[in-house]
Design a protein around this ligand. Structure first.
Ligand SMILES: Cc1cc2nc3c(=O)[nH]c(=O)nc-3n(C[C@H](O)[C@H](O)[C@H](O)COP(=O)(O)O)c2cc1C
Length: 209
């Protein structure tokens, strides 16, 4: 199956087969795809929480308007994005680059200056949105990888942030639950799988210049 066929087969699942779990090997591959996601300036202003225990899923159910995906999924991924960008966080990022690439920290001075200039030029609100946008890039990559692994998925942002943040024990001043992705295998009686895909026609979607 080529990747376009995989993407045509994927849909946002409303009900998973509760008995079928995503194997650790396949889950690892999907998460690796999320890890390899691009992020602006490479800052990765997010963490990827993987909820696999039934006990934890149970606690998260009240957060969702329509919890049918949560009650049936194999794993629930919550992409938690930073709200802020503290100097300490950026320091850690640069230290990490220097270690991984085995280069002196000072060789990154110009890059650091550019990042600091950018961070000083944005408001708190802009920073929050910018961080969240990075989380959505991860989401797209996870959805794509899941489709290639023949794992079904359901992205969801219709949830009560406060409940998720309380259950996950997030620091509300600095982090927020940006978006979630349930993973598993479609239930036979999830009729959404039989619906035709609705997408804009090419002439309304693409513009070649
Ligand atoms: C960021 C994002 C958030 C979404 N939130 C929800 C949601 O809260 N509940 C839901 O049932 N579907 C949600 N969806 C699924 C969309 O409704 C779905 O992707 C769209 O209708 C296209 O259908 P398809 O994914 O089945 O091709 C979300 C999708 C995205 C990308």
């Amino acid at each position: 199956m080529n990747y376009i066929e995989s993407l045509q087969k994927r849909y946002s699942v409303k009900k998973f087969n509760k008995e079928k779990k995503v194997s650790p090997e396949i889950l690892k591959n999907i998460l690796e795809a999320g890890k390899l996601s691009a992020s602006s300036l490479g800052l990765q202003p997010y963490k990827i929480y993987v909820v696999e225990s039934e006990e934890m899923k149970e606690k998260l159910i009240p957060a969702f308007r329509n919890p049918s995906q949560i009650t049936t999924c194999s794993h629930l991924i919550v992409i938690v994005s930073k709200k802020t960008m503290e100097e300490k966080y950026v320091d850690g990022y640069f230290k990490h680059i220097a270690e991984v690439r085995e280069i002196p920290l000072e060789s990154l001075d110009l890059f650091r200056k550019n990042i600091d200039q950018f961070l000083n030029s944005v408001s708190e609100d802009e920073l929050l949105h910018w961080n969240q946008k990075q989380a959505y890039i991860v989401l797209g990559q996870l959805i794509f990888a899941a489709a290639l692994e023949k794992v079904d998925a359901s992205p969801m942002e219709g949830f009560d942030h406060k409940i998720i943040e309380d259950v996950l024990g997030l620091d509300k001043d600095t982090e927020t639950a940006a978006v979630t992705l349930a993973l598993g295998y479609r239930a036979e009686d999830d009729h959404f799988q039989h619906l035709k895909k609705v997408r804009k026609p090419d002439d309304k979607l693409f513009k070649f210049l």
